[in-house]
Design a protein around this ligand. Structure first.
Ligand code: ZN
Ligand code: ZN
Length: 108
């Protein structure tokens, strides 16, 4: 509840050109307040959508590299390193296509 800054009487909410304003019941003083109508609610919705996008990208926990998938040609793939059984062989890098899921290894 808000009161008139001029005479101290109760302010009543009223629609004015699609906007909610507070009008004094005694002297007619008008108070415009941008926070009255769903403004903050709209901003909150946009922020939560951003959070969802970030969660999707980091769900696999793997870094991505710009390489071309040999199967579908997509240019973004997840990658990880794996040491093969023989100690003489170098560490192999594996890729998994971010689009079709194809897994392949890097041939140096
Ligand atoms: Zn007033
Ligand atoms: Zn692919």
């Amino acid at each position: 509840m808000q009161f008139c800054p001029k005479c101290g009487r109760l302010l009543l909410p009223k629609k004015d050109k699609g906007q909610v304003v507070l009008v004094c019941s005694s002297c007619g003083h008008v108070v415009r307040d941008e926070k009255i109508e769903g403004y903050s609610v709209v901003k909150k919705t946009a922020a939560s959508e951003d959070v969802v996008v970030v969660e999707e990208e980091t769900k696999t926990g793997l870094p991505t590299a710009k390489v071309h998938c040999p199967s579908c040609g997509h240019d973004r793939a997840y990658w990880w390193m794996r040491q093969t059984r023989s100690a003489d062989e170098p560490t192999t890098r594996f890729y998994r296509c971010a689009k079709c899921g194809k897994v392949w290894r890097e041939y140096a």
